[in-house]
Design a protein around this ligand. Structure first.
Ligand SMILES: Nc1ncnc2c1ncn2[C@@H]1O[C@H](COP(=O)(O)OP(=O)(O)OP(=O)(O)O)[C@@H](O)[C@H]1O
Length: 264
């Protein structure tokens, strides 16, 4: 579980509103909202990449501020939006970095570490590219290599900042299904997603942000309404039921311009 109590973080030009929020374990929570509303800032604060200016962040009931770097990395992992691999590293070695918090200072890999890495590469469809340099991968393959590193870290709380970026539709579904199964294993999973229909279909819980503040949260069917989308994204939509899950799918209303407007 991750809980925030009046937590505030930000930069000179942008600050989150005091945020009180719980991400429950065993649940896939999706964070949605317009560009620049503070979603990444919130994840950075939770993962302690950005120190809270006030308030508290607790991970598994423990104050994040009081944890050692290693203890923190055993409890929570973050897939950032931008990832840079060390020069010349292979896919398997990158995934192996995820095991560092579980190793001694000497960084000697155990059989357990190797098993975690092999499983992570398999889950991300990368076993055949294990020895390939990360620099030689496509954008989607690289994203999956960083996801494999996250899986190898094997933490009870996992944060994903736009995990479906660069992925084709097959791998988008694979990653969203994977996050669901990680939550079903009892982990606390939080993902920033831009596709509201995907968020509504795959997540159990939606948290909606605007201008640095949480403006709505709850079950997707309750949260995703035409009124909320209009208020948060400033665009008129109609809501259709997802043909598979029945969850809400917002579709932009067509502006009635040109020949269509004249005909109507
Ligand atoms: N390192 C930084 N230094 C200063 N300002 C920053 C920094 N990172 C982000 N910001 C500002 O903070 C605000 C929130 O950014 P953030 O990245 O959290 O938004 P976001 O909701 O994740 O956006 P997006 O959907 O575009 O990824 C923006 O106005 C951004 O310009």
């Amino acid at each position: 579980m991750i809980d925030l109590e009046n937590a505030v973080a930000g930069y000179t030009s942008f600050r989150l509103a005091p945020t009180t929020l719980t991400f429950a374990e065993g649940r896939f929570s999706a964070l949605i909202g317009p560009n620049g509303c503070g979603k990444s800032t919130l994840l950075r604060m939770i993962s302690r990449q950005l120190a809270p200016l006030s308030g508290a962040v607790r991970i598994g009931g423990r104050a994040a501020a009081g944890l050692s770097q290693k203890d923190l990395a055993r409890r929570i992992a973050l897939l950032p939006q931008e990832n840079i691999a060390p020069a010349g590293i292979s896919v398997a070695d990158l995934a192996g970095y995820g095991r560092a918090p579980h190793q001694s200072l000497l960084g000697i890999a155990s059989d357990t570490d190797r098993a975690h890495v092999a499983r992570a590469l398999h889950r991300m469809d990368l076993a055949h590219l294990a020895q390939a340099p990360v620099a030689s991968l496509s954008g989607g393959q690289r994203q999956r290599a960083f996801l494999a590193m996250l899986l190898a870290q094997d933490t009870p709380a996992m944060l994903f900042d736009e995990p479906t970026n660069w992925l084709d539709i097959q791998h988008q579904v694979q990653v969203l299904t994977l996050i669901r199964s990680l939550a079903a294993e009892g982990r606390t999973c939080v993902a920033v997603l831009h596709d509201i229909a995907q968020a509504a279909r795959y997540a159990d819980h939606l948290v909606v942000m605007k201008d640095g503040a949480i403006v709505a949260q709850g079950a997707p069917a309750e949260v995703v309404t035409a009124e909320l989308v209009a208020e948060v994204y400033e665009i008129a939509v109609e809501i259709y039921p997802d043909p598979v899950s029945g969850t809400p799918v917002p579709y932009p209303c067509q502006p009635r311009t040109g020949a269509l407007a004249a005909a109507g």
